[in-house]
Design a protein around this ligand. Sequence first.
Ligand code: FAD
Length: 519
Amino acid sequence: PHYLMWFRRDLRLHDNTALAALSERANEDNALVSAIFFMTPEQWHAHDMSLTQLDHIARTLPILATSLQKHLNINLTVQVCLNFADCVNALSTLCEANKISLIMANHEYEGNEIERDERLTKQLAKNDIEFIRWHDQCILPPQSIMTNDGDSMYKVFTPFYKKWRHTLDVSTIQTHEAPAVNNKAKLKTSKSSATTINDIENLSKKTVNNYQNVLQTNGLLAHIDIDAQLDYAREAYPAGEEAACQRLDEFIATDIDDYDISRDVPSLHATSQLSAYLNIGSISPRLCYLQATKALEELHRNDGNTLRNSDNNDINRWISELAWRDFYRHVLVEKPTLIRHKAYKEETDSKIHWSYSEDDFKSWCKGETGVPLVDAAMRSLNATGFMHNRLRMVTAMFLTKDLLIDWRLGERYFMQQLIDADFASNNGGWQWSASTGTDSAPYFRIMNPFSQAKTHDTDGEFIKTWLPELKDVPASILHSEDKMRKELAKGGKFSDTDYPLPMVEHKAARQLAIAEFKK
Ligand code: FAD
C-alpha cells in the first residue's frame, strides 16, 4: 500500500500527531509513504491571508522538505492549486495515479477547510480510500473541555481555564514523535508541482511574487512599504521548526522570568513572539506547554534558590495565554457561524449601528488618527507585520468604540497585515474589544488610549520609535489629550510637524459609544 501525509497548518516534524500516526502505521503495514502540501493562493486571498504569512509558509516549505528527507525518509511534494475545490480534485487524481489507499492530516477548524475535508472524505470513500484527521492544533482538543453538565462549551474564559488547567494537571500529555519510515515513495504528479528542494524553493518564491502582485494590483497595500515589511519579517522570523524551538528555549530560559509585568510594555519586546510559528504549525503548542510546566517544576524544586528569577505568576500567566489560544479555537468549533462574520452575541448585529466611514477607517489603517499610541501601534503593524497584544486591544477598542466602526473591518485589516494572523484568535480578540464576543470587555469599560500610553509606555519610548516626528515632545503631553490639544492650539512643540489633531475627542466619543450600546 501507499500512504499520504497531507501537511496543512502543521509544518513540522516534531509532535505532529498525523505525521506520527501515519509513519507508525506505514511501518506496521510495510507501506510506501509520501507527503504533500498545497499552495492555494486564490483561496488564501479570499481568506485575506497576509503576504508576510504566505511568505513565512513559503520560506518554511524547503526547510520542511529537507528535514523530512533527512530525518524521516519522506519526500515532500508541493503543488499549486488555486483553491480548495482544486485540492480535492488534485488529491483524488493523486490517489488514483499513485495507488494511495490512506491519507492522514491534522484537523483545521475553519468553515471552508471543514467543507473541503468533508467533500474529500465523500469523494475518496467512493474508491474505498481512507481519510483520517487528528486533533493537533490545540493543547487540549475542541469539545474536550465542557461545562460540568457536560454538554456545552464555556462562554467565558476563567471557568474554561480552570477546567483546562485541572485536566492537564491530572493527565499526562505527551508529544508524539514520528519514526523514520521504511519505504519512501516519490509521487507522480502534475506539472504545477515541485519535488526537489530547489524546485520547492523556486515554486514558493514564485507564489509569493505572484501574490504580492495581486495584492498590489488590488491597491490593498498602497499605504504600505511592502518590501520593507517583508524584509523585516524575514529577519525577525527565521523560518522552520528549529528556529521556532530555539526561540521557545530562549524564552523559557530567560524572558519568561518577568513576563507577568513586562508583557504589557510594548517597547520591551518581552513576549515570546511565537504566535507566527504556532499559527503555521512550525511549533507544537503542546511542546510550549510542556516546556513551561518544566520551568514551573524547576521553580518548585529549587524553592528558595536563585536558579530561576521568575515566580509562579510569570510562568502561569504565560500558560494562561496558551489557554486563550485553545479557548478561541474551542469557541469557533462550538459556534461555526463566527466564520461567516456573525457576532458571538448575535443580537449586537442587528442592534448596533456601526459606522462605515471610509475616511475614518483609512486614518486608522494608516496611523493618522492624531492619537499617538494608536498611530504608533498601527504604523508598527504596517512596518513589521506584527503588533503587541496590548496595542491590539487599544487599537481595536479605538476603532470600535471611539470611531464606532464595525469590528469586522478591523478584523479583516489585521488578517491582511499580521504575520501571525489566525482566524480564531483574531476574531476572538476583535469581538472581545468590540464587546460583542465571549468574555467581552463590558461596553462601558472603554480604554482611554492616552491613559493606556501613560501606563504602558510611560516614557513614550514606543510612541517615539514609530512617530519620530514626536521625538522631542515630552511624554507628559503625549499622555494627555487636553495637553496635546492645548499645545497645538498655542502653536506648541509639534505644531510645525504634520502630526494631526486627535480625530475625535475621547470623552465625547466614549459617551456616544456607551449610548449606542445601552440602546
Ligand atoms: P505571548 O505573550 O508570548 O503568548 C504566547 C502565545 O499565547 C501566543 O503566541 C499566542 O499563541 C497565545 N496568545 C497570547 N495571547 C492571546 C490571546 N489574547 N488570544 C489568543 N491567543 C493568545 N493572536 C494570534 O495568534 N493571531 C491573531 O490574528 C491575533 N489577533 C488578535 C487581534 C486582537 C484585536 C487582539 C486583542 C488579540 C489578537 N491576538 C492574535 C492575540 C495576541 O495579541 C497574540 O497572540 C500575541 O500578541 C502574540 O504575541 P506572542 O507570541 O509574543 O505572545
